[in-house]
Design a protein around this ligand. Sequence first.
Ligand code: COA
Length: 393
Amino acid sequence: MTINGVELDELIDVPAGLRNVVAAETRLGDVRGQEGFYHYRQYSAIELASACTFEEVWFLLFEGRLPDRDELTEFTGEVAQSRLLPTELLPILSTIAAGGDPFRPMVGLRTALSMLAAIRDLQPVWDGDRASRKADALLICAVTPTILAALHRLHRGLEPVVPRADLSTASNWLYMLTGELPHPQAVRAIEQYLIATIDHGFNPSTFTARVVASTGADVASAVIAAIGAFSGPLHGGAPDRALDGVDEIGSVDRIDGWVRDKLAKGDRVMGFGHAVYRTADPRSVLLRDISIGLGGELVEFATTVERRVTEVLAELKPGRDLYTNVEFYAGVVMELCGIPRSMFTPTFATSRVVGWTANILEQADTAKVIRPSARYVGPPAPQPVPPRAGQSV
Ligand SMILES: CC(C)(COP(=O)(O)OP(=O)(O)OC[C@H]1O[C@@H](n2cnc3c(N)ncnc32)[C@H](O)[C@@H]1OP(=O)(O)O)[C@@H](O)C(=O)NCCC(=O)NCCS
């Protein structure tokens, strides 16, 4: 018997969840789980977060090199233009923002991007050239924060704030959410968070984006599919839940009991554990430092929670190497920078969309559809279809 022309006994079984399976080649970067290291192109992502602006790293991922001054000026000009909401989208955003309790901005984004793709008539990547694909990718990345901030404000009965060409991506994000010019320390903290979360190997949403791009579909379709994968709490939907956990604990004397209760019920501690890292998540280390720089009671308590929860997890789940992941301190940093909790995951999406589209552009350069197989484990087939009620034989 054959599947896709391959003898059944020639099928290759891979570990559940495709762990450690190499599914493509990439020049975008890598995650080294054992070392606690990841990089974009040939540079440490953490070093980039310390040394660069978000736009420089975005350019690096799209173009394969850091920009010189003229290239950066031209690139930021294009981004500023593409940030503006197409006027046709405004009434649609108002309709989306009117629904949902609690309101789910990521659902709104997915819907709005679909409308944008229709309004702008985005073509399948298969039909376009590299320049048109890149223009579509840049449009989607630039407009994503504007859509999310507009949805957030419209849902609260506020007018959307028009992005300013003289502000960076990070600064505009805080400005569009609050309507006020943000403090430079908050801007830099959020900018570093955004840089550190642009890309991270073949995580579920990135893989989803690449699968869709591999069929030749348009950039928006691939991003919308990625948003679906990203919205799950086991992936991008955890920073608010992680901070909710810290709030729920409330005081140092409650940490142990809280963790033990959770694990006894078979629950997971949000903001801990990672599919790839078996040591400290370097993003968590960076964000802890940023949090400490911002200071305050929340940071002091969060660092105590981190220390004690890690110890209890080591005792209850020996050999699992469970440490804080990116979400734990991401929530702390965002809270301290004045981002509402409902906008934590959307903030993550404003950076990850750059990683998704960089992956989509790379995937679109190869003409191979991603199409694995499944091993059938149901009752042996074929069996006769049983007679249907009321049917004559
Ligand atoms: C991120 C995550 C999905 C990765 O999981 P994974 O590498 O596939 O690990 P597994 O699901 O195989 O879990 C391995 C073991 O560790 C346990 N574990 C993993 N993360 C845990 C957590 N956060 N809290 C408690 N136990 C956890 C699992 O229960 C499992 O235990 P078992 O072998 O006794 O059944 C997982 O760590 C998790 O659910 N974390 C919480 C959600 C979160 O923070 N998500 C954001 C990710 S960036």
